[in-house]
Design a protein around this ligand. Structure first.
Ligand SMILES: CC(C)(COP(=O)(O)OP(=O)(O)OC[C@H]1O[C@@H](n2cnc3c(N)ncnc32)[C@H](O)[C@@H]1OP(=O)(O)O)[C@@H](O)C(=O)NCCC(=O)NCCS
Length: 169
């Protein structure tokens, strides 16, 4: 298994894998597929931060899209997915760690996401609301909207409301 940049020829496999990963008894993965499609369509992928795990085919995907945090460019992971048959084998961990390394190298001071704190805490994501970074649909008290501070992060400079790319006109 290797992690590499997504290529256009991966798109169909990624969409199918995202749909499968987010399908359960109450969801059909449609919303997450739309997030990926919208981010690609708006050309809002943060440069170099659209990655696949490849093991003779796509078995995982992570992407960070550009949004606005109080009017400044900021990035958020949406979504992270691993093929159901390959979950629990460290692929999500490898993708997340690689994205964080690349985001920091690219100079981003923070990475945001909406997700399970039980999973993302291991990567030093923390509740964003405590730092004054808010995703309005979930509010400042939500533990699910999280931030990972990277080199260069200054709490006083990065505060306010975040909007994903598909929420901007
Ligand atoms: C969540 C997901 C990306 C994790 O990827 P993965 O490759 O299966 O995870 P890893 O093998 O790297 O890590 C496994 C660990 O994560 C834990 N874990 C997996 N999903 C979790 C969740 N939703 N909440 C808390 N812990 C979780 C496992 O219990 C395991 O813990 P351990 O290391 O203490 O045994 C993957 O399971 C997935 O695609 N799930 C469906 C889509 C989804 O929920 N995406 C995340 C959106 S926020």
């Amino acid at each position: 298994m290797r992690i590499r940049a997504t290529e256009p020829s991966d798109h169909a496999s990624i969409l199918e894998m995202v749909r499968e990963a987010f399908t359960d008894g109450s969801h059909d993965g449609h919303e997450e597929v739309e997030v990926v499609l919208e981010t690609w369509a708006r050309d809002a992928v943060a440069e170099g931060l659209d990655l696949v795990a490849d093991d003779d085919g796509v078995v995982g995907h992570i992407m960070a899209g550009r949004g606005l945090l109080a009017g400044r460019d900021a990035i958020a992971v949406a979504p992270l997915s691993v093929s159901p048959s390959r979950q629990g084998q460290g692929i999500g961990t490898a993708l997340t760690n690689e994205l964080l390394v690349r985001a920091e190298a690219a100079g981003w001071p923070l990475v945001l996401l909406l997700g399970d704190p039980g999973y993302y805490g291991r990567f030093d994501f923390e509740p964003a609301g405590a730092l004054g970074i808010v995703y309005p649909p979930v509010g400042a008290g939500s533990p699910h909207f999280q931030v990972r501070r990277l080199q260069g992060f200054e709490a006083s400079a990065w505060r306010g409301a975040f909007n994903y790319c598909w929420e901007l006109s």
